[in-house]
Each structure stands twice: as C-alpha cells, then as structure tokens.
Design a protein. Structure first.
Length: 259
C-alpha cells in the first residue's frame, strides 16, 4: 500500500485520530460501530483518485472521549466543525452502518461543504415500522454470521475480534451504547428531515446483510430526494470488505455521474 498519514487533529477540544492518504477531491469516510483506525484496501483504492480522510470518531479507538459527547447529533455537529477546521470543500461523504446514520444526521443539518453523499448499510431509520434486531443480545457467532456474507467470512471476523485489543473493543461498545441504544439504532425525528438533503445520494447495501437488511435501504430511498439504491451481490454488512472492488467501482461511477 502507498504511504498515508497517521496523525491527530484537535477539533472542539477533542484530540481525534485521523488516517489520510491520496490526492484529489476530499472523501471523508465515517466508520461503523465496530470502530476504525485501520487503513483498509478499499481506502487505498479510493486514494488513487481522492484525498481519503478516515477519522476515528470521538469516543472510539485512539480518539478522545470528550465530555460533550452524548448523542449521535453531537457527532454530526463535530464533523461539521472538523470539515471547517480542515478547510474541506466539495466533500464526498461516505458513511457505513452507524457512520451512515451519522452522515445522514450531518447532511440534514448542512450540505454546504458536501458534493455527494453515500450511505452504506446505514442504520438510523425504521423499516416497515421496526428497528433492527437487538444486536447487543446476539452471541458473537450469530453476530458474525449476520455481519458477513458467508461462513468463511464469519470465521475470519471472529478470529479478528479475538486478536483485537479488548480495551478498545470495550471502549467502542460503551460509546455505541451511549450514542445509539435509546432508542435502538434509530432517531425517531430523522425521517422528518431527510427531505433537506439536496446533494446526489447513493445508498449502497449488501444483499446478504442480515444485521441491517436491504429493507432499511428502501426506507432511506423513500425519504431522501433522488436517492438511488444499489445492492451489491454476495456482500454482507461490510460490502467494502466482501466486495471491495465492486464497492469502489460503485462509488466512483456514482461520483462521476454526479459531476
């Protein structure tokens, strides 16, 4: 992989871990509940055309846990401040799962610095009147099966979790519970304001996502003006891992068409 920076920036009194690499228009990636802090192959591919910026959210990983962080909307305002602090304009905002919800919350507040919006397997809404299943009650094996496209992926994910720093996992989980668990991974008010999103929007889902099934993609598609839902075959809740090339190609096609 090519060189990328691994630094910290201070925004709103919060020392935030940021990975960044590539050249071109800025692409800000917001990670999901599993955490960030790793430069993944899809980021390397996107960095051939974009300035990829991948922070760890406040309260996650190596970033500070500031006293003002109570709800998902606190993170939305934080990232508006971060884009201003980094002087980012024409941003291609990509968020996955919890990060997709966060990206939607940011966009209903202000799209002034955005060029496009991509929500990947995003939570934040109800589908058919129901939230996602109670994932905090799932045994690790069942959670991995629902997360991944196949059994091999589930086994690999379980091995990665076993090898991960347990203190980081516990810290990330505590932050997720604080931000997202009352009510369960959705904001009852979000749907009322999605009509305010006035930038081209792509909804990317894995056809085998059993944590946040594609019905939730249809729920977003019904509320975000002009949003297009694309479902990637043989992909679970992390299509950027299961089908990395197809994931990158879908984003690049979308951005090229949106220009």
């Amino acid at each position: 992989m090519s060189a990328h920076s691994d630094t910290f920036v201070s925004v709103a009194g919060c020392r935030t871990h940021v990975l960044r690499g590539g050249k071109g228009p800025p692409l800000l990636f917001l990670h999901g509940a599993s955490g960030g802090g790793r430069w993944l192959p899809f980021m390397e591919q996107l960095s051939q055309r974009f300035d990829v910026i991948a922070p760890e959210h406040p309260g996650f990983g190596a970033s500070d846990d500031p006293p003002w962080l109570d709800r998902i909307d606190d993170l939305a305002y934080f990232y508006l401040d971060l884009m201003q602090a980094l002087d980012l304009e024409g941003v291609h905002l990509v968020g996955t799962s919890l990060g997709g919800w966060l990206a939607a919350e940011l966009a209903i507040r202000s799209t002034a610095r955005l060029q496009t919006l991509t929500l990947v397997c995003a939570v934040g809404l109800l589908a058919n009147g129901r939230p996602i299943d109670d994932i905090m009650r799932l045994p690790p094996e069942e959670h991995a099966r629902r997360f991944c496209a196949d059994e091999a992926g589930a086994r690999e994910r379980l091995e990665q979790l076993k090898a991960a720093d347990p203190h980081v996992l516990a810290r990330n989980r505590a932050t997720v519970v604080r931000l997202a668990w009352r009510p369960r991974f959705y904001n009852p008010d979000l749907g009322k304001w999605l009509h305010r999103i006035d930038k081209p929007t792509l909804l990317l889902w894995g056809d085998r996502d059993r944590l946040v099934p594609v019905e939730f993609g249809h729920a977003y598609a019904a509320l975000v003006p002009g949003a297009r839902l694309e479902v990637l075959a043989n992909a679970g809740h992390a299509p950027y891992i299961d089908q990395g090339r197809a994931f990158v190609a879908a984003i690049e096609r979308f951005i090229d068409h949106a220009r």
